[in-house]
Design a binder for this molecule. Sequence first.
Ligand SMILES: [Zn+2]
Length: 141
Amino acid sequence: MVELPPELEYETLLDRAYALLPESAKKPARFEMPVAVVEIHGKSTLIKNAGQIAADLRRDLNHFFKFMTREFGTTGSIEGQMIRLKGRFGPGSVQKKVQQYVRDFVLCPVCGKPDTHFIEMNGVRMLKCEACGAVSPVREI
Ligand SMILES: [Zn+2]
């Protein structure tokens, strides 16, 4: 077996190639979808970890709350880190809305990465991607 000098070893080359990648490309491409913790109390539905979901997605809890109430066509309130929705909605339907929120307001439509934030352009809200730099329109709630 031929001994390669340390600087040509596969691992070293790999490390070097990796070091040259932009920071944004190093994050795993797989996005971890937040899972809503849902409890139905009487005639209302609690999303117990709404604050954590919003924080994980780096979105404002008020924005997430507004989306949820519009989507379910109801009213509700923010109670600490929880969202209370008027009406009974099962965990499955809440989770579907979380996924829709992520699709509509978090993932970059160009590269699919979740590293995005909102910016205002001429008074219009846009989604700016930190990974690829794309600026995409984002719908109003
Ligand atoms: Zn992007």
